[in-house]
Design a protein around this ligand. Structure first.
Ligand code: CTP
Length: 561
């Protein structure tokens, strides 16, 4: 069995990784064995984005509910028969924790008979080989992959293969899933799977699909990266009308859906995390009537998603109202308002608002005002010692940005005039160089007193070493946003490394002082240093005759050769 800890840790986002650790620890303290399963494992191993985390617990995960909530998770739904929790972990990580189980399908379309089981038995009840792998999160076996159906080989071959011949018969919603996965990944159905798929279609197994499974599949559409494409293929296969009889691609607001996905991409690039799933559902069902939409809502198991969907219009209207009011009377006020607004509402409003003031402000927030951010004079601020080391730094940087945004600071002179009084006092000057004997110096050591901040923008002094000062990893950036743009947060573009001049080690400074001594060093002193150098090359003790230094074994070594 292979160990996938490294893959796990490198492929998950930091929030997802924290989510894994949190759930794993809670399950451990409840003495339950826990595994990462399903799509999460498939996506970790393939390199596709990991959309959500599926956990499987040997035991009842419903008893973890309280501990999870205490740790900041939000439970969005519970499925009692399968003992499944639908939740969001801190950091908005979508997750599902279910009980390892067997499912016996006595009649097509009827709910299966569920019984607790081991992880291997649980993997056997699943749909496709690539979805039937489990990664252990348990002490002693963490990172080990359970792959009883060689899903790994199918991942490499990019094939969707059902686990057994009755997969579509047992659960006809897998026909919809097969189409959805094939469309998303661009992977074909393996030959036997395709034959079973066609046969199931022909025999109209889909008519036996359970209402619950349809709700689950409707929900999954909200998480697709290209929902329009998926919906069109589902329609072609005849599955969309199965999800709801009045649903078709003609009922989708394609224009706004595409525009929204573009804005979402733009927000992601700026470092704003936003959950587009409520808006996706809104646009996918835009042209359905209220009753039909309500029926889809009711079928979706994750109630938090439904609430978000229902809330979307109200939250956006509220934000639009604030954007046209006093609270957003200047660019800086608008910036501050949008920086703390729900990103889902910004996303939705960006494409739906009919008010030019509102859409214009959102557009400026996402584009034009980013340029103003670049005008915050970080280099000059460093010159003035206004650096991230100062506790007031984020506020100063943000204030400068907001003043620039409102046009209250325009020229360089104005900016510097504003900044100068905020600069901290300069550090005390370095102590004068010591006269007399050079102190003992460890080669390569740097005298701390010799560290001075060089005027940025100027070249390092001759004979001085220019090094980058340590920049804190999470450097505050000059934005009011709660969610700082990733680029800026990384500090690469927004905050240049502050060059610092470190003078050469004290030993060399003493040997060649920058300030000429008033009195020339006395000859005997000079002479004193010479023997020190000489003693290094020639030991004080009488050297042995050359012959005596020759290794005794040399002739023997020669013989060996
Ligand atoms: N599953 C199944 N049959 C179904 C639904 C789910 O066998 N009708 C199993 C699969 O093993 C699947 C896992 O439950 O991987 C989790 O289901 P889901 O989250 O719907 O699918 P994912 O594979 O995680 O896919 P996605 O990337 O769409 O989240």
């Amino acid at each position: 069995m292979a160990d996938y800890i490294y893959t796990l840790e490198t492929r998950l986002t930091p929030e997802q990784m924290r989510g894994v650790t949190l759930v794993q620890d809670i399950a451990r303290s409840a003495e339950l064995n826990i595994y990462l399963t399903g799509g999460a494992v498939r996506d970790i191993l393939t390199g596709f984005p990991i959309r959500d985390l599926d956990f499987t617990v040997q035991g009842n995960p419903l008893k973890l509910q309280k501990d999870l909530e205490r740790a900041g998770a939000v439970i969005h739904g519970v499925d009692e028969p399968t003992h499944t929790l639908y939740l969001n972990l801190p950091g908005n990580v979508r997750a599902e924790i279910s009980m390892a189980r067997t499912e016996v399908h006595e009649k097509t379309g009827k709910p299966p008979v569920v019984a607790p089981a081991t992880i291997i038995e649980d993997l056997r009840r699943r749909d496709f080989t690539v979805n039937a792998m489990a990664l252990s999160l348990n002490e002693g076996s963490r990172g080990l992959l359970q792959d009883p159906f060689n899903g790994m080989a199918d991942l490499e071959a990019k094939l969707l293969r059902i686990i057994h011949n009755y997969a579509f018969l047992e659960d006809p919603s897998r026909l919809i899933r097969a189409t959805r996965f094939a469309t998303r990944f661009g992977w074909p159905l393996e030959e036997r799977t395709l034959a079973r798929f066609e046969a199931a279609k022909e025999a109209k197994y889909i008519e036996h699909v359970s209402h619950k499974a349809l709700g689950y599949e409707a929900e999954q559409l909200a998480y697709e990266d290209d929902p329009l494409h998926v919906i069109k293929v589902l329609e072609k296969e005849g599955w969309l009308s199965v999800l709801h009889p009045h649903w078709s691609s003609a009922k989708v607001d394609t224009v706004n859906l595409s525009a929204m996905m573009k804005v979402r991409q733009q927000m992601t690039e700026l470092g704003y995390w936003t959950d587009p799933s409520p808006a996706v559902l809104h646009f996918l069902t835009s042209k359905l009537n209220e009753k039909d939409r309500h029926e889809i809502e009711k079928a979706i198991p994750r109630k938090g998603l439904v609430e978000g969907w229902r809330e979307l219009e109200r939250a956006s209207k509220d934000l639009a109202k604030r954007l046209t009011g006093k609270e957003a009377s200047t660019p800086s006020r608008t910036w501050t308002l949008l920086s703390s607004a729900r990103t889902e509402a910004i996303l939705f409003l960006a494409v739906t608002s009919k008010q030019q003031t509102v859409s214009g402000k959102i557009r400026n927030f996402l584009t034009k005002w980013r340029e103003v951010q670049k005008r915050v004079p970080l280099v000059e601020m460093t010159e003035l010692l206004i650096t991230p080391a100062m506790p007031q730094y984020p506020k100063i940087a943000n204030d400068v940005f907001l003043l620039l945004l409102d046009g209250r600071l325009r020229s360089q002179t104005e900016i510097m005039k504003y900044l100068k009084p905020l600069a901290p006092p300069p550090p005390p000057p370095p102590p004068p160089p010591r006269r007399g004997r050079a102190p003992k110096v460890v080669p390569g050591a740097v005298a701390p007193a010799a560290v001075v901040v060089a005027p940025v923008g100027k070249k390092g002094k001759k004979g001085a070493v220019v090094v980058a000062a340590p920049v804190p990893a999470a450097l505050p950036v000059p934005v009011a946003s709660k969610v700082a743009p990733a680029k800026d947060a990384a500090g690469k573009k927004a905050v240049p490394a502050k060059p610092v001049v470190v003078e050469k080690p004290v030993a060399k400074i003493v040997a060649k002082p920058a300030v000429k001594p008033a009195v020339a060093p006395k000859k005997p002193e000079k002479a004193k240093t010479k023997p020190v150098v000489k003693t290094k090359a020639k030991p004080a003790s009488k050297p042995k005759p050359k012959a005596a230094l020759k290794p005794k074994s040399k002739p023997a070594a020669k013989k060996k050769k």
